[in-house]
Design a protein around this ligand. Structure first.
Ligand code: CIZ
Ligand code: SF4
Length: 312
């Protein structure tokens, strides 16, 4: 009965999507029912690239607000809509443009790096953007380019745990901010140790937003797009996954012969779970809610994103 209902809904979404010349983009952390109706799924960078590439006029962005903003920054001529406008990212909300301006004043010579998990207003204040896939490469490129070499200061906002990971990987001290992901900090070292005891042959992959004590126990520290690649390429048949649980749906689909165990079932991002098939259908019916970044902010934020795209 439930399946029939879902099939019906999926059929309606598909028909309306064609009528509206729309594509559905879903982040790797979305509910399985959302991933199942998506045209593309991926991390925020992959989805933005897809948004820029497609000929579709309407982008239905199933993720959180900063991701839809990034798509709008990269393709202002398209209509970007979110099925639930209240899906925000608490980490992105931990720093405002005014707070970053103040920090920049305290370190006037610093290069300013910002995680993609920031608002468009904050991105407009950055020198360069980064994602969890390329954060180490971005900081290494700055170190290489900087005229004074080791002396140049680097601000890295807002995630203090990603900053800690990048700092350890690059050997460079970073001026960080007190931001963090409330979902990834729910993954504890005890969780990894327990799962390793249950599955002694499994490899452990964790996201760099995790606590440093969790990162220290991992075989690999990866963004979600890199986790998908690692899962495909590793010889291991079992993998413990230290990130938001939504990724497991995709990992299982892509690798039917392998086993995936969430480090903890508690790692759920409530904002990522706000989007449902019903809301996608309404969004397509009403072409709402639009996410559009004002031109003045968009053009400045675009510079930081384009700089990142030059590096990777
Ligand atoms: O950049 C993204 O999509 C985020 C926030 C997580 C990840 O590693 O995919
Ligand atoms: Fe933000 Fe964390 Fe949710 Fe990602 S999982 S959207 S970083 S709160």
């Amino acid at each position: 009965m439930k399946k029939e209902y879902s099939d019906n809904l999926e059929k309606k979404i598909d028909e309306l999507k064609k009528k509206r010349n729309a594509v559905i983009l879903a982040h790797n952390y979305q509910l399985p029912e959302v991933q199942d109706v998506a045209d593309f799924r991926g991390d925020s960078l992959e989805l933005s690239r897809m948004a820029a590439k497609t000929d579709a006029k309407v982008l239905v962005f199933c993720g959180v607000h900063f991701m839809a903003e990034t798509a709008s920054i990269l393709c202002p001529q398209k209509l970007v809509i979110m099925p639930d406008l209240f899906a925000g990212c608490p980490m992105a909300n931990m720093i405002t443009a005014d707070q970053l301006k103040k920090l920049k004043k305290e370190h006037p010579k610093a290069v300013v790096v910002g995680y993609v998990n920031t608002s468009a207003e904050v991105k407009a204040e950055l020198d360069i953007c980064c994602t969890s896939t390329n954060a180490v490469a971005v900081v290494n490129a700055i170190i290489k380019d900087s005229a004074e070499g080791a002396k140049e200061e680097i601000i890295f906002v807002p995630d203090k745990y990603l900053a800690d990971y990048v700092s350890k990987q690059t050997g460079r001290k970073l001026i960080s901010w007190n931001g963090f992901c409330p979902t990834h900090v729910k993954i504890l070292p005890e969780d990894i140790k327990r799962e390793k005891k249950f599955h002694p042959k499994a490899k452990v992959m964790v996201h760099p937003e995790c606590l440093p004590q969790v990162v220290a126990l991992a075989d690999a520290v990866l963004s979600t797009s890199k986790m998908c690649q690692f899962a495909r390429e590793t010889e291991a048949k079992e993998i413990i996954v230290g990130t938001e649980v939504g990724l497991i749906h995709r990992l299982k689909e892509d690798n039917p012969t392998k086993e995936f165990y969430p480090a903890t079932e508690r790692a759920v991002c409530p904002n990522m779970k706000r989007t449902t098939q019903e809301k996608i259908l309404w969004a397509l019916e009403e072409l709402k809610e639009e996410v559009r970044v004002p031109d003045e902010i968009r053009s400045r934020a675009r510079i930081a994103i384009d700089k990142m795209l030059e590096i990777i």
